[in-house]
Write a protein that binds this ligand. Structure first.
Ligand code: SAM
Length: 286
């Protein structure tokens, strides 16, 4: 190893290290991850019990602090103070790359705002692994992560996902997989192709390809167990000039061609594949 490489690999005080950990297969931990985890002042973990087990399996003993969804405001400030005082910290999540669909995002934001150096020790990420094995176009992709559970926000994200032209990557918990597949069938159509990656890197790893309907049927017959990534093919429908119009603009377009407002509403509803009442309400609300 050259002098420059040695220097780059030395753990520096006052730095936050984002250390990727395996998403299931312990053999995927990198040599550098082990080195950094062994040498930092302390490790901030989403679940100290899980990460404690990982550290002990790697033969590492470092102090652990909890940093998770429910304590991120107070724990985040405390970690930042320790970093400012010159300690080094490794942030790990339950699995994969910290800050991707987990509260690490906030800690990195805090450090960035305070001018604290943040550096990466890259490795596994379920999203990238699933995309790579999916067989769907990878040149451009859209990462959605978990869909919201609250109905209004969920509807909004589902329609954004349905319209994406690029491959979309979604995370999902096993108990919500069937509901999400059924929602995706409703917004994307049952024939849209998708790939479901289950338990990547683990003994029961499975990659299932098919239409949303086929996948939904498969997981109805085989109740979902384990961890899942849904990789959804992009929307292939040709855009119409109406896609970028609001309902009001769409109706006005037909009115400007000489139609009555009522006929224009009917025509706009037909173009958009929605009930007439939906357009009627949208254009009548001032
Ligand atoms: N930060 C992580 C990463 O880099 O992939 C993701 C964290 S997110 C809280 C956890 C989600 O990742 C799971 O619900 C699942 O959707 C996905 N996931 C994690 N491990 C997986 C695996 N081995 N196989 C399939 N999906 C996995």
């Amino acid at each position: 190893m050259s002098e420059t490489e040695r220097e780059k690999n030395a753990v520096t005080g006052g730095t936050l290290y984002l250390v990727a950990t395996p998403i299931g297969n312990l053999a995927d931990v990198s040599e550098r991850a082990v080195k950094v985890l062994s040498e930092v002042g302390f490790v901030a973990a989403e679940d100290t019990r899980n990460s404690g087990l990982l550290l002990s399996r790697l033969g590492i003993r470092r102090p652990l602090v909890a940093y998770h969804e429910h304590n991120r405001a107070t724990a985040g400030k405390a970690i930042v103070e320790r970093l400012k005082n010159g300690e080094s910290c490794a942030l790990v999540t339950d699995a994969g790359t910290p800050a991707i669909s987990d509260p690490g995002e906030d800690l990195v934001g805090l450090c960035a705002a305070e001018g604290i150096p943040v550096t990466t020790v890259p490795g596994c990420c379920a999203a990238v692994s699933a995309l790579a094995v999916s067989g769907l176009p990878t040149r451009r992709f859209f990462f959605e992560g978990f869909l919201p559970t609250r109905s209004g926000e969920r509807r909004e994200r589902l329609s954004a996902v349905a319209e994406q032209r690029e491959t979309v990557i979604l995370y999902e918990a096993p108990h919500r997989l069937l509901r999400t597949l059924s929602d995706l069938c409703a917004v994307c159509g049952e024939e849209r192709r998708a790939v479901i990656c289950r338990e990547l890197t683990k003994l029961n790893e499975e990659t299932k390809r098919g239409t949303l309907r086929e996948l939904s049927d498969h997981f109805t017959e085989n109740p979902p167990r384990g961890e899942f990534v849904i990789v959804l093919d992009g929307c292939r429908e040709t855009p119409t000039p109406f896609d970028s119009m609001t309902p009001r603009e769409h109706v006005d377009h037909y009115v400007s061609l000489g139609m009555s407002e009522n006929d224009a509403i009917k025509a706009a509803a037909r173009d958009r594949g929605v009930p007439k009442n939906e357009i009627y309400s949208a254009v009548k609300i001032k």
